[in-house]
Design a protein around this ligand. Sequence first.
Ligand SMILES: NC(=O)c1ccc[n+]([C@@H]2O[C@H](COP(=O)([O-])OP(=O)(O)OC[C@H]3O[C@@H](n4cnc5c(N)ncnc54)[C@H](O)[C@@H]3O)[C@@H](O)[C@H]2O)c1
Length: 276
Amino acid sequence: MAIPQRPRAVVTGGAGGLGRALCLALAERGAKILIADRDLTGAEETAHRVAANGGTAFAINCDVSKPAEVEGLTALADKHLGGCDLLVNNAGVAVSGSVGTIPLSDWEWIMGINLWGVIYGCHAFVPRFKAQGAGHILNVASAAGLLAMPEMAPYNVTKAGVVALSETLSGELRALGIGVTVLCPTFFRTNIMNSSRSATLTAGLDKMVDQRMAGSKVQAADVARIALEGCDDNELYVVPMQDGKWAWRLKRFSPERYYALMPKVMQRLSKRAAKH
Ligand SMILES: NC(=O)c1ccc[n+]([C@@H]2O[C@H](COP(=O)([O-])OP(=O)(O)OC[C@H]3O[C@@H](n4cnc5c(N)ncnc54)[C@H](O)[C@@H]3O)[C@@H](O)[C@H]2O)c1
């Protein structure tokens, strides 16, 4: 279903980056938003900006890796928004490095936020949406969930899980009038690398990621706008950037060739980045 006029939205990870951009894009639609983030100060700053942009927002301290805190968002949405039309599972972190060198504690940390956080959100809100016969879920995955690039295994695994969850939900909910969209961007500039954890990487890889984030023609505000338009059109997959679209096409066309080529491309890009 399309997002209604003046939607009531719950947005996780809205204290900065893409989550803040989504809140501001929703504010332009006159939305009432519950901003759930473990960074309450940042969430409050977003709430002020939402108010200045024509919306209304309430900042809530919430750690999405804690099921009771996510479950509690349903009651808070009832209290502050009078219900919920749109759930945005956006909160996320990054872990990089090669398998075997990444501490298991980092695997567990990212699984708790990027995958379990989204599962908790869907588990809490799907029954509500079914009861009201309407609603839309926007799950923020990543192109990493489609493309599985080297030295990003924990991130890839969580995002592939979010893609699979969204595909499954789409099959379960479409006939009930509930929409599901999974967002799969490639790199754009946010704070995600500041909170990321990484084991030893191929020389230049972190620089390459940094350069691609800064150099992307599509930045957070564009990604947010494209994502909401995808929800309006009830699209299941939203892949906003051209490089992501091309790589995903190649992978679907010839997965073997894609996985033979991908490490070489990554190595070449990392080497080039290391020189600058
Ligand atoms: N930036 C990119 O290049 C990129 C690319 C593809 C996908 N994404 C995805 O976009 C989403 C938003 O990330 P971003 O790039 O804006 O990064 P960001 O670090 O700027 O924002 C992430 C937000 O999530 C919050 N958060 C982290 N852990 C949390 C927890 N346990 N509970 C509640 N909130 C928590 C942070 O406080 C922050 O406000 C993530 O799911 C990320 O994987 C980002």
